[in-house]
Design a protein. Structure first.
Length: 312
């Protein structure tokens, strides 16, 4: 009994001696990791700060350039103006070509909001049909819809212009808004189709047992669940419509119908001197709604993109 107990005590002491270095190293390891993590955090913070400064510098330069007089453009390449002035804002607010700036702003807002509404509604309906309804030629129609993503916009410019000209819609907003209500944006349709396909069909079947049709299922079940994807589509549709230059250039001919991207062109005349101060100021004013729209909905944008990899 004495031999057995002494053997057990020796084994216990040996085990403790063997595990002591590991325990000491394990106890000291977190300190080294914390120290190393702190230096890594500082380095990454500096790197991200430099990248942020590089990315935001054009925006900051644009802001300070709105206070530069025309005489400083081309001579003062620095960030701060030598003789700050607000004359550029006064010129921009007065408008150009007999049209006030608020009219250009209202036209852009009308086109952007109308594009968002039309794109979201039509794309959601088309996506529900592709994702939930089984009909003949589903694969062919879906492949044809995806194929339009490879079709350059310039290929359909002339046919579309002829169609809208015969419908007497030139110099109106209809050529810019009507296609949005016909689910012509294949990118948004494809995005919503992938989102809806990830959802289980059990809710649809339960709703059908209760007597709900496709319209009720779409409105009461699908739409609330795809809200992140809808907001993602809204953000992209708003930004694309707000910054669109070629479409309004083709279909709008009257200055009172011009949106902001076309109005900016009026400040730069090839036959006379260009007003760079007013151009920069108008560009900055046109950029503000896009920045505000993105900042307000950026959380939903991240959620909509992040949940694309999740399964329902």
């Amino acid at each position: 009994m004495t031999t057995t107990s002494s053997f057990g005590e020796n084994a216990l002491i040996l085990t403790e001696n063997q595990t002591d270095p590991d325990q000491k190293s394990a106890g000291s390891a977190p300190r080294r990791k914390v120290k190393r993590k702190t230096w890594q955090t500082i380095i990454w913070f500096v790197v991200l700060l430099v990248i942020t400064a590089v990315v935001l510098y054009p925006l900051v330069w644009l802001l300070f350039s709105t206070f530069k007089p025309n005489s400083e453009f081309g001579t003062n390449m620095g960030l701060l103006p030598n003789a700050p002035t607000i004359d550029n804002y006064i010129k921009v607010m007065e408008g150009i070509a007999g049209v006030p700036m608020w009219r250009f702003f209202a036209n852009s807002l009308l086109i952007a909001v109308g594009s968002v509404i039309g794109t979201v509604l039509s794309s959601a309906l088309a996506a529900y049909a592709f994702a939930r309804i089984q009909f003949k030629g589903l694969g062919i129609f879906f492949a044809a819809m995806i194929g339009t993503l490879l079709l350059p916009f310039h290929v359909v410019i002339i046919p579309q212009y002829i169609i809208f000209q015969r419908l007497d819609m030139i110099d109106t907003f209809w050529p810019l808004l009507l296609p949005k209500f016909l689910a012509t944006e294949a990118f948004f349709v494809f995005l919503l189709v992938q989102f809806i396909r990830q959802m289980p069909r059990d809710m649809d079947e339960a709703a059908r047992i209760d007597g709900a049709g496709h319209l009720r299922i779409f409105w009461s079940i699908i739409l609330p669940l795809i809200k992140p994807a809808l907001i993602t589509c809204s953000i992209f549709a708003f930004i694309w419509a707000w910054n669109d230059f070629l479409g309004p250039l083709l279909y709008l001919t009257s200055p009172e119908n011009y949106p902001l991207p076309i109005a900016l062109r009026l400040y730069n005349d090839q036959t006379s001197s260009s007003d760079y101060g007013a151009t920069v100021t108008a560009s900055f004013i046109a950029l503000i709604p896009v920045l505000l729209f993105f900042l307000v909905f950026q959380r939903f944008l991240v959620d909509g993109v992040a949940t694309q990899g999740l399964k329902g």
